[in-house]
Structures are given as structure tokens and as C-alpha cells.
Design a protein around this ligand. Structure first.
Ligand SMILES: Nc1ncnc2c1ncn2[C@@H]1O[C@H](COP(=O)(O)OP(=O)(O)OP(=O)(O)O)[C@@H](O)[C@H]1O
Ligand SMILES: [Mg+2]
Length: 425
């Protein structure tokens, strides 16, 4: 996103994380000297009209977007004109591809080879080729993320600019998404007079805000537990290796509690947040929960531990699906290096303990890093994805040239980002 310059010549960055349970909008100011973002405002409103990344009621979603924007603009005292959006959904797919180009072409005279250093044009050419996969007509590339380069026989090169060789190979992680889903989401926001400068797959945004460089080098999985989806991104060798969406999230726990205890969804949600523990053995067998009773019915109580048993069973199921998804990453023992959990679902009591026990790896909760000014009020795992959107223009190495059907919008967005960043530093 080209940062918005307002009257004070500040570099403003805006992100809207649109989930099925919550919509969070954050406004930040990029600090070029430290490569950090200072939070100017953040607001969260309950979501409506979207489920598992698909719009189910456009008008309701636009209403909620309007509410969140009003709140955040008031807090930051800034009018939002451009933003980046998060996206998820079962339509999102990822794959790794590669492409190579010959570098030292003969210099006019047969047999004469001219040596020259690799430049940005070569990299761009190799990445263009790597992303030129044949896609069904209803899909588009969402991200083209370089993993590493090979120059002749030299491997694992992060930046080959200036190196000399005969062959340059680039390996990339591609994320593709349904064109209609992307366009519909963008249209909702643009209806409010805001230009959408880009879409970011949720776990990639979350990873940007919370993963440390060492973790990405050694290997780590970012697991973002939302209400209706669990999104994962696997990193190793300082690059993304795999990403995916599991169509089940923390709201399934609420539904289980509602069905088991025969209560409403709202009551079940309250019980989940107030009493539930992801690990049944860590919840009190002595504490009873009073269930709401409608008039005429007898008062009911249920031990906290029993509720936690439902929760643990569902969490275990989600973890198993996550393991299956991680195993698709083409690296050896991807789970050895641990998991970082974010998203509202990661706030569940004792979830880290259960995950460590079930998965047998180091697990931590993810909090926003590289963002200043939100320490007291926006530091939980639920804010990580929105914070990652603020950091995206500063740190993303995405090659894709977004070309939205029609005109304007987020065409050539990522190219502009790169140029902006080069201007900045
Ligand atoms: N303290 C808590 N304990 C347990 N669960 C919690 C807690 N706080 C929030 N949650 C759960 O987190 C979920 C909301 O998380 P989040 O805001 O990340 O979802 P979302 O982004 O709206 O969903 P999605 O991205 O899947 O569309 C809800 O299901 C909520 O019940
Ligand atoms: Mg979410």
C-alpha cells in the first residue's frame, strides 16, 4: 500500500481483519528509522454477514465495516482512504513452484560469453516465470512469496543481486484464491469510498506480526484459530513452505457446549469464555457452573470439568487436522520446531498446555511484535492478524502484481509497495 500522506506528512498504514466473529480495524504510522509501526487507533466490532471467509449478507457486512471505521477514525483522528484487508476461506490453496533463466547470454559473437552480475530485472523475470502456473479461470494468484534462489550449483541464496553465474533459479510459494471471493470482499469496502490496496491471507499477516526471525529460520508453524476457520503457515529456512485453511474454528466449541447442555449459542459462548479449559484435567472438579434456566424449569448445575471435557475433545480434533495439514509441508519433521498460536481461539484457558501435550512440541501464544503504542489495550492474540496487516507494506516480499478485473483498485499494488519501501529506506 502506498502510505497515505496526510497534512502532517505521516506515513499511515491501515488494515482491516474481517472475521466471522469480529472485525478489527487498525491504523498505524510507519516509523522509517526503526522499521516499526506506531499504533494510532484500533477498534473491534462484532461481525455479521460473513462466514468462513464467504460473504453471506453483503448489507450486514457493510454496516459492520462502517461501524468499525467510524470507531477507529475517531480514536486515531484520521480519515481512512486506503486499506489492506485480510482474507481466508476454503477456496484458498497454496503450492510451491520454481523457474529458472539463463543469465549470461552470448554477446552477439558466437561462443563469446559476457559475464554480468544478477540484477533486479533477472529476479523479476524468474519470479514472473515461477508464478506463471496454469490456473482455472475462476482463480487468481493472491501471493507470490520467494523462498530462495539458486545460482548454478549454489543453493539457499536469499538475495542473489550482484552475484555472477550462468543460471538463476527461483523457488516460490504461491497462494491462490477464488477471484469472486476476492472481488466481493474488496467491493464491500470500496462501497464505503475506501480504496483496497491489497488482500493478505490471514496466517501470513499474523506471522508477520508475531514470528521472530530465529523461529522462521529454524522452523515454526503459525496457527491462527479464528471463530470459523483455523489458518496455518509453516516456515523453515526463513521462508514460507506451506499455508492452508482448516474449515473449523473456535465457534465449533461454542456449538458443542450449546448442544450438550441444551442452551442457546450466546449462553454457551459466555460459559466457554468464563469457565472452559482446553485441558479437562486442569479444570476444577469441584466447581459447578449454574446454567441459565427459563422460567418454569428447574435450576441446573454442571461441573466445570465436564464442560472442559467437551472442549478438550474438540480441540484435540482441531489439532489432529492441523497436524495433517502441516504434514503437507515439504520439509522434514516440520513439527519439531514448535507452534505459535494466535487468533481469538488461542485465548482459551490452558490451550498451550493441551497443545504441548497433544503435539509433543514447544507451543507459545503469539502476541503482536514490532508495533508500539498498543501494549496496554491491543496486545492479545486476537489482534495479531490486524497488526500484521499494518506491517505488510513494510516487510512483505510479495511479487504478485494484482490485476483486479475492471479498473483501479489494487492493480499493481505490490509493485507500488516495493517502490514505496525503497523510497522509505
Ligand atoms: N477468552 C476466550 N476463551 C476462549 N475462546 C475465546 C476467548 N476469546 C475469544 N474466543 C473465541 O475466539 C473466536 C473469535 O476469534 P477471532 O476474532 O480470531 O475470529 P474471527 O477472526 O472473527 O474468525 P474467522 O477468522 O475464523 O472468520 C470466537 O469463537 C470466540 O469464542
Ligand atoms: Mg480471523
Amino acid at each position: 500500500m502506498s502510505p497515505i500522506r496526510n497534512g502532517h506528512d505521516r506515513q499511515i498504514t491501515v488494515g482491516i481483519d474481517i472475521g466471522s466473529s469480529n472485525i478489527t480495524c487498525a491504523i498505524g504510522e510507519m516509523i522509517s528509522t526503526t522499521k516499526r509501526v506506531r499504533l494510532l487507533g484500533i477498534a473491534t466490532v462484532p461481525s455479521s454477514g460473513i462466514r468462513r471467509g464467504s460473504i453471506t449478507n453483503r448489507d450486514e457486512l457493510i454496516d459492520r465495516l462502517e461501524n468499525v471505521l467510524m470507531e477507529v477514525e475517531l480514536m486515531a483522528d484520521i480519515k481512512v482512504t486506503k486499506t489492506i484487508l485480510s482474507i481466508t476461506g476454503e477456496h484458498i490453496r497454496s503450492l510451491n513452484t520454481q523457474a529458472a533463466i539463463a543469465l549470461n547470454r552470448s554477446n552477439g559473437n558466437p561462443g563469446g560469453i559476457m559475464e554480468r552480475a544478477i540484477n533486479e530485472g533477472d529476479i523479476s523475470q524468474v519470479l514472473d516465470l515461477a508464478q506463471a502456473v496454469s490456473l482455472p479461470v475462476d482463480r487468481d494468484i493472491l501471493h507470490t512469496l520467494p523462498q530462495e534462489y539458486l545460482v548454478d550449483t549454489l543453493e539457499e541464496i536469499k538475495n542473489p543481486i550482484g552475484m555472477i553465474g550462468r543460471r538463476l533459479e527461483g523457488r516460490v510459494h504461491l497462494v491462490t484464491a477464488a477471484t469472486t471471493a476476492m472481488n466481493n470482499l474488496v467491493n464491500c469496502v470500496e462501497e464505503l469510498g475506501i480504496t483496497v490496496d491489497g488482500l493478505v491471507f490471514q496466517p501470513l499477516a499474523a506471522a508477520m506480526a508475531t514470528l521472530q526471525e530465529d523461529e522462521m529460520e529454524l522452523g515454526v508453524t503459525l496457527m491462527e484459530i479464528g471463530a470459523s476457520t483455523t489458518n496455518i503457515a509453516v516456515y523453515h529456512g526463513s521462508a514460507i513452505r506451506h499455508s492452508g485453511v482448516i474449515p473449523i474454528g473456535a465457534s465449533s466449541i461454542t456449538h458443542d457446549i450449546a448442544i450438550m447442555l441444551q442452551i442457546g449459542i450466546e449462553e454457551a459462548e459466555n460459559i466457554k469464555i468464563k469457565y472452559a479449559s482446553a485441558s479437562a484435567s486442569m479444570s476444577s472438579p469441584k466447581l459447578d457452573i449454574e446454567l441459565p434456566s427459563s422460567s418454569g424449569q428447574l435450576e441446573r448445575v454442571i461441573p466445570e470439568q465436564e464442560v472442559s471435557r467437551y472442549v478438550e475433545a474438540r480441540m484435540q480434533e482441531i489439532f489432529q487436522m492441523v497436524i495433517r495439514e502441516i504434514s503437507r509441508a515439504d520439509i522434514k519433521d516440520p513439527l519439531t520446531y514448535g507452534i505459535v498460536m494466535t487468533g481469538g481461539g488461542a485465548k482459551m484457558r490452558n490451550i498451550v498446555h493441551l497443545a504441548e501435550k497433544t503435539l509433543g512440541v514447544k507451543v507459545r501464544q503469539g502476541y503482536p511484535l514490532k508495533i508500539d503504542g498498543g501494549e496496554d489495550f491491543a496486545d492479545g492474540p486476537g489482534y495479531v492478524t490486524a497488526m500484521g496487516l499494518l506491517l505488510w507494506p513494510l516487510y512483505a516480499m510479495d511479487h504478485i502484481h494484482m490485476q483486479r478485473s475492471g479498473s483501479g483498485g489494487f492493480k499493481d499494488f505490490f509493485n507500488r509497495i516495493r517502490h514505496t519501501i525503497e523510497d522509505l529506506f
